[in-house]
Structure formats: structure tokens, C-alpha cells
Design a protein around this ligand. Structure first.
Ligand code: C5P
Length: 230
């Protein structure tokens, strides 16, 4: 299990200060819409300057026609990030096209498919996908697995079933983690670190419980300590 810290603060300076405070830890840095749209490639480079060993997950959730997604995937690979994601609902052809395009890269980033956003409740998910979260997330995961992706973004509650339906090595990255039962905010399906471990989660993603903590560094230390004991 490897911790992924969401850099969702309002400015590059604040995100970089958070990264700086965590530079001695072996963690992933999640760069999302907010940070990437505002701060772009120089921000990725600044993170690598702080710690060249930070692994970077670019959480842009690509969703477009297959060729446009593959073009974007290639640009992402050129940025030198370690992981990015696409929406599973873009479909099998998009998945295949993205993976084919990345195949020429010797060290390509890991590619994950977003199944169901963790902010969906069962009811709001059904309104869009006309199926339950469990069923659809598993179907999306199988599609990703069959088309050569490395794993999925899902909630902790689907992690086990997805691994059973695909492979134990098929990665699950799970947002909505409240390590010690902190406030859920807008997340609907939250889980503690302990539950994430029980469900085989590879990458727990933690945002607000870290960056809103009084002492984010201490919070990360507590999380890593619990993870080391698993
Ligand atoms: O603050 P919190 O821990 O809820 O942050 C979760 C992070 O994971 C946010 O950056 C959010 O955009 C992202 N995310 C998510 N659900 C997904 C995919 C990404 O919450 N399905």
C-alpha cells in the first residue's frame, strides 16, 4: 500500500509548501484539475525539484474520442509523470487506443480507469449509468483489464470485488479515505485506512484530512506508521 497525497490547495505556493513539508516521505503526489489547470508543467517540475523521488499521479480523468485521448496520453507521458487516469466510460476502444499509443514508451506512466466517482451515492450513480455502482464498477474494471490498463480508480468498497473479477495485481486507487474517520466532506463512500487495507487497496488517496490538518506532516507520519504495521 502506498499513500497518495492530493495537492488540492488554492495556490501553487501552498501546494509546494505542503510538498516541501513531506519531502522526506515516500509518498505519491496527486496533481488534479485545480493545480494542473492553474500551474501546469512548471508545477510538475517544481515538485520534482523538491524531491526527485516523489511519484506523481496526474489526475485529469481524460474523457474524449479515442484519438484525442491517445494524443493527450502521449503528452502526459512526455511530462514524465508516473501515473494518470482516464474515464472508463470513454469505452474499450479509447482504452485500447491509449495503451497502444503508449506502448512505444520504454517507461510509460501507469494508466488507471475511473469507474464510479466516490462522490456518487447509489441513487445519483443510477440516474446516469442505470446500473448499481458495484455491478458497473466491476464491468468497467474488467474492460480496463482486458484492454491492458494497469488498474482502476474506485471506492474502497469495490476494491476486493474488482480484484476478484480481474487479477490481484490489477491496481486499485481509492479516494474517499478518511484515515482515522475524519470528516467526509462531499464524499459519499468513505473508508478508514484499516478498511482500505482489508479490501486490498493499493493506493489510498488522502486530501483534506492531510492538508486541512493542523500539522499535515504529523498526519502523514501517523498514516505511514499505521500502514507500516499492516
Ligand atoms: O479531500 P479528499 O480526500 O476527499 O480528496 C480526494 C481527492 O481524490 C480529490 O482530489 C478528488 O478530486 C479525487 N477523486 C475523488 N474521487 C474519484 C477520483 C478522484 O475524490 N473517483
Amino acid at each position: 500500500m502506498e499513500l497518495c497525497v492530493a495537492l488540492d490547495l488554492p495556490s501553487a505556493e501552498e501546494n509546494l509548501a505542503l510538498a516541501e513539508s513531506l519531502k522526506d516521505y515516500n509518498v505519491w503526489m496527486k496533481v488534479g484539475f485545480r493545480a494542473y489547470i492553474r500551474d501546469g508543467k512548471p508545477f510538475i517540475e517544481a515538485l520534482k525539484t523538491i524531491n526527485p523521488d516523489f511519484r506523481i499521479f496526474l489526475d485529469l480523468k481524460l474523457y474524449d474520442i479515442p484519438n484525442t485521448m491517445a494524443d493527450a496520453a502521449e503528452e502526459i507521458a512526455k511530462l514524465g509523470v508516473d501515473m494518470f487516469n482516464i474515464h472508463a466510460s470513454a469505452g474499450a476502444v479509447a482504452m485500447k487506443t491509449v495503451m497502444e499509443r503508449l506502448s512505444s514508451y520504454e517507461k510509460r506512466p501507469l494508466v488507471l480507469a475511473v469507474t464510479a466517482l466516490t462522490s456518487f451515492s447509489e441513487e445519483t450513480f443510477r440516474m446516469i449509468y442505470e446500473k448499481g455502482i458495484d455491478e458497473k464498477a466491476e464491468q468497467f474494471a474488467r474492460m480496463g483489464y482486458e484492454n491492458g490498463l494497469d488498474g482502476v480508480v474506485c471506492s474502497t468498497f469495490e476494491s476486493r470485488a474488482i480484484k476478484n473479477a480481474t487479477s490481484h495485481d490489477f491496481l486499485t486507487l481509492c479516494p474517499g479515505i478518511r484515515p482515522f474517520g475524519e470528516d467526509a466532506g462531499d464524499q459519499q463512500r468513505v473508508a478508514t485506512l484499516e478498511l482500505a487495507h482489508e479490501e486490498g487497496v493499493d493506493y489510498p488517496v488522502v486530501g483534506r484530512p492531510i492538508y486541512k490538518a493542523q500539522d499535515p506532516k504529523q498526519k502523514v507520519e501517523e498514516i505511514l506508521k499505521v500502514m507500516a504495521a499492516f
